[in-house]
Design a protein. Structure first.
Length: 121
């Protein structure tokens, strides 16, 4: 699709940048929610609330540190949760389908590891 030529299609997309802990949206408001290394810094992440805000069939995409990532990369960043795949499945237990992939790359002599998650309501 050529977004420059399709003004009507461009206007159907709404991006929201907000504090996830202070969000007030009705149930089934979103088709998709994206998180890229943000909810890992929230002690009680609102995963079940995210499920509520998704429309049926809606998607939640998340990238977060894996349990075995090099901890040095997290220094000075305050609270940060690193989780196993099973722990992530438990957080997302309300979703009907959960796919968890893994990405890792070297950082000098260390390894940075992340979960890449797609969860469907």
């Amino acid at each position: 699709m050529n977004w420059e030529r399709d003004e009507a299609a461009k206007n159907r997309v709404q991006f929201v940048c907000a504090d996830v802990c202070d969000w007030e949206y009705p149930d089934r408001a979103f088709d998709c929610v994206l998180d890229h290394n943000s909810l890992c810094h929230v002690p009680n992440p609102p995963f079940l609330w995210i499920w509520d805000t998704l429309k049926p069939g809606g998607k939640f995409f998340c990238v977060c540190p894996a349990f075995d990532t090099w901890r040095g990369t997290l220094e000075g960043k305050g609270y940060c949760r690193t989780a196993t795949a099973d722990e992530m499945r438990e957080y997302l237990r309300k979703f009907s389908k959960i796919e968890i992939g893994r990405a890792s790359y070297p950082d000098g002599a260390h390894n940075i590891a992340s979960w890449i998650i797609e969860a469907t309501k």
